[in-house]
Write a protein that binds this ligand. Structure first.
Ligand SMILES: C[S@@+](CC[C@H](N)C(=O)[O-])C[C@H]1O[C@@H](n2cnc3c(N)ncnc32)[C@H](O)[C@@H]1O
Length: 267
C-alpha cells in the first residue's frame, strides 16, 4: 500500500508555548524507549563506517531531546574512535537535566551545549559529524533540504534516522504508546515527581506521546523522498546510503539517510 500523504502538522511538545516540564517529560520518555528497546542499535556498523570515512573530530547530535539513543550507542563508538571522541548533544530547547545525566553516566563521552541550538543555524565552528534521531520529520521540505545542504556546504557528514512512517499500521501502533508510558514512567531517569504527576494524576504525558507520535508518522519522509531531497543538493559530491533497515528489537524499521563527502577516486 502506498504511504499516506505527508501532512505538515505541528507537534505539541515542539511548540514554544509548551511548558518545559511537559516537553522534557516527553523527550525523557523517548530517550528511555530508545535505550530500553535498543531500537537504533542495528545502525551502529553503518554509523561507524561513515564516521571512519570522514575522520570526524566529534559527533554533533542535533535535536537531541532527552539525549536520544546515545546511552546505548556511545560505548561502541568510544571503543572504535577512542576515549577522547565526544558526542555533543544539542537542542533548540535543551533538556539540561537529561543532558547532565547522560554526560555523567558516560564518563564525559556524551557532552552537551547548554545554549539553544537551532539545527537550521549551526555555527561554522561547530565541526563534526551531524546526527538527527527521530527528528528530521520536524522540518518541512524546504527546511529539511536546508539542514542537508548546510552539512554539504560545511563539508560535514550527516545521518538522519527515523522510526516513524506514514503508514496506518505504524499510527495504529502509536495508539498503544500511553500503555508503555504508564508502565515505565517510574523507571525513567532523571527521576522527577512532576513526570509522575503528569503521567498518573493528569495524564498529559501519555496522551502527548501518542498524539505527537501520530503527528510524527504523518510528517515522516519516505526513502524515496529522502533520495529526492539528497538528489537536489548542490556543491561537493556526497556519497549517500538511504534505506529502510529492520530492527530486531522493534516492529518498526529504521528509515535513514547517511552521507559524507565522496572520497577522491570513488565513482
Ligand atoms: C521527537 S524529539 C527527538 C529527540 C531525540 N533525538 C530522541 O531520539 O529521543 C525532537 C526534538 O527536536 C527538537 N527540535 C525541533 N526542531 C528543532 C530545531 N529547529 N532545532 C533544534 N532542535 C529542534 C525538539 O526540541 C525535540 O527535542
Amino acid at each position: 500500500m502506498p504511504p499516506l500523504k505527508r501532512l505538515p502538522i505541528g507537534e505539541i511538545h515542539d511548540q514554544p508555548w509548551c511548558p518545559r516540564v511537559i516537553r522534557d517529560a516527553v523527550t525523557d520518555f523517548l530517550q528511555y524507549a530508545a535505550n530500553h528497546w535498543g531500537q537504533y542499535t542495528p545502525l551502529l556498523p553503518t554509523l561507524c563506517y561513515f564516521l571512519q570515512r570522514v575522520n570526524a573530530p566529534r559527533i554533533v547530535d542535533l535535536c537531541s531531546g532527552g539525549s536520544g539513543p546515545w546511552q546505548r550507542l556511545y560505548g561502541t563508538i568510544s571503543r572504535a574512535f577512542g576515549d577522547s571522541f565526544r558526542i555533543v548533544l544539542t537542542d533548540r530547547y535543551p533538556n539540561l537535566a537529561a543532558f547532565r545525566l547522560a554526560r555523567d553516566l558516560s564518563g564525559g563521552v556524551l557532552d552537551f551545549r547548554d545554549k539553544p541550538l537551532d539545527a537550521c543555524a549551526i555555527p561554522q565552528e561547530l565541526l563534526g559529524f551531524r546526527t538527527l534521531f527521530g527528528s528530521f520529520h520536524h522540518f518541512d521540505p524546504a527546511a529539511a533540504r536546508g539542514v542537508l545542504q548546510n552539512a554539504v556546504d560545511s563539508g560535514q557528514g550527516i545521518g538522519i534516522f527515523e522510526m516513524t512512517e506514514r503508514r496506518a499500521l505504524t499510527m495504529l501502533a502509536m495508539l498503544t504508546a500511553p500503555i508503555f508510558v504508564l508502565l515505565h514512567a517510574p523507571k525513567i531517569r532523571p527521576f522527577c515527581w512532576s513526570r509522575l504527576f503528569l503521567t498518573y494524576l493528569i495524564p498529559v504525558v501519555p496522551l502527548l506521546v501518542m498524539v505527537d507520535g501520530i503527528a510524527s508518522c504523518l510528517r515522516s519522509y519516505t526513502v524515496e523522498e529522502l533520495a529526492e531531497l539528497t538528489g537536489s543538493l548542490t556543491g561537493a559530491p556526497y556519497e549517500w546510503e538511504i534505506r529502510k533497515l529492520a530492527s530486531p528489537s522493534s516492529p518498526f524499521p529504521i528509515i535513514y539517510a547517511i552521507g559524507c563527502p565522496k572520497a577522491e577516486g570513488r565513482g
